[in-house]
Design a protein around this ligand. Sequence first.
Ligand code: PMP
Length: 386
Amino acid sequence: SHKLCMIPGPVEFHEDVLGAMSTPATSHVDPGFIQTFGEVLEGLRRVVATKDGQPFVVSGSGTLSWDLAVCNVIEAGDRVLVVNTGLFGDRMAECLEVFGAVVTTVRADRLGQAPNASAVGEVLAAAAREGRPYKMITITHVDTSTGVLADVQGIATVARNASPGTLVAVDGVCSIAAEELYMDDWGIDVIMTASQKALGTPPGLAIIVVSQRTLDAWRNRKSKVIGYFAAWSKWLPVMQAYEERRPLYFATPAVQLIMALRVGIQQLLDRGMDAVFQAHHQASAEFKAYITDSLGLTLLPVTDDVAAHSMTAIYYPEGVKATDLLPRLTEHGVVVAGGLHPDLATRYFRVGHMGLTVLEPQRRYLETTKDALGTSLAEAGYKPSA
Ligand code: PMP
């Protein structure tokens, strides 16, 4: 029987999302499909709260969203500041360097913390003063390897003041549609995300939304884009055509996944994004309270204000190892994820609570997860000390 997939993505899918994929073969230039793709692009703008941001939806996993953003904007020698709160910050630096960026990293003193906005602002301001401003700053909104939440709004605000020309890019793979983010109001230039997390759709779609000034940076670049499948010169006309409800082909889209994403997005918009964010806050608070207060466990993020609402990273208690807990949880019908950050990997586990799993009526999935955790820990010999 199906075991609840409570990892930090992919998440449980709504039957209507899955049902939307169960269609006969459909041409990617079929008028109905063109309509569906157009609605996906319009819906994405509403999910991230932008009026004139340009969405791109391309077949691939979340990592492709990085290539899609980076290869079109970054030129060899461009300076980029990476705000690092875990493994995905390390990887972002690696991706940027592949395309020739010169990367500087800011991080907090230890894993589980996040650099504060003013510290980031000082680095940007100093570079601007020296006449070698950063072309881009990247922020992992929720680093899935640590469950740390970055202050995107605060950092974006100081970035605009300290270094107005710097593009603000957000890795929102584990945050978009779970954590508040208002692209236009916060002055975000690049959002990178994917289908399989809070958007509630199976894995396979890379998604970016970029500001008009990011498109200008691309148009004004001096060197050629290194990349073929990810080149905006290929995809921008296709995205524009779908929005104008015209057929245009570059490479075959994942037709059925687009159909599913349309339903996933519609379910979010029907509830309203603020209600969706609120549901994540509440589910996260209840789940974390159970973990810390009832079970007496410790979270990886060191303070509440840097703890994600889309997931929770939890240290195993003394005497309990991954092999003691995870197989027992599976026996009780719940799949969670082990640790991911190489420095701590064997010491903690991760639970995803985003999308469907925090919304009624499937909210009970989280109750099932709590029960299974309590039972499995008891079976592993752990007793919470009162
Ligand atoms: N960034 C973050 C924050 C992620 O959580 C993930 C996936 N765990 C990725 C990027 C990469 O996405 P994918 O695995 O879909 O390529």
